[in-house]
Design a protein around this ligand. Structure first.
Ligand SMILES: [Zn+2]
Length: 190
């Protein structure tokens, strides 16, 4: 099984646990839905492995190119993609830049054909108000995204530690067998 497949399965298997825990803690089905949705999105599309040509990267379809500069700048499994909190925060900021840039471009194109009188002050006030009104929803979304990222980094760390441990155990065995072979060659020469 590839590591991408394994990450997908871990995300899907853990989803009921995340959902149950959130519902138990918050007693709110709307927040539970947001946390679970964020967790699923994080595992399948917003994963730390966006720093690599991976399954989550391919799932962005024709929009996947937006993650190419991210891959060029951030080394695979570095603290900036796989680190606690910093990985999710940086990915969110990175995505926000693209959303603002592409959204701004879209508005500019619309403005070229139709003269819409934008009230920028009113718009920024509305954004600020909605950020505050839906603060618990935003926190729930971030918690879901971060939980998915933590689970990903934990499974990466567990699998690489296990592989290192296996290699260490195999090394002495290989050395002893090669020693045996050498000594048997020596005895056959005699
Ligand atoms: Zn990873």
């Amino acid at each position: 099984m590839s590591s991408g497949q394994l990450h997908d399965r871990i995300t899907l298997w853990s989803l009921p646990l995340v959902t149950g825990l959130t519902l138990g803690l918050t007693q709110r089905s709307d927040l539970t839905l947001i946390v679970s949705g964020g967790f699923l999105f994080s595992g399948l599309l917003f994963s730390p492995d966006l720093d690599l040509y991976s399954r989550p990267f391919k799932r962005w379809g024709w929009l996947r190119w937006i993650w190419i500069p991210y891959q060029k700048v951030i080394r695979h499994r570095s603290i900036f993609s796989h680190g606690l909190l910093i990985g999710t925060i940086l990915r969110l900021l990175y995505l926000a830049i693209w959303v603002i840039a592409l959204g701004g471009l879209g508005l500019l194109i619309v403005q070229l054909f139709r003269d819409i009188p934008w009230n920028w002050q009113e718009l920024s006030q509305q954004i600020k108000r909605s950020l505050w009104t839906y603060r618990f929803e935003w926190i729930a979304l971030f918690a879901g995204l971060e939980a998915g990222a933590i689970l990903h980094s934990l499974s990466d760390w567990t699998s690489s530690t296990y592989k290192r441990f296996k290699r260490k155990r195999q090394k002495p065995q290989r050395q002893t067998t090669s020693r045996k072979r050498k000594s048997s060659r020596r005895t056959s020469k005699r």
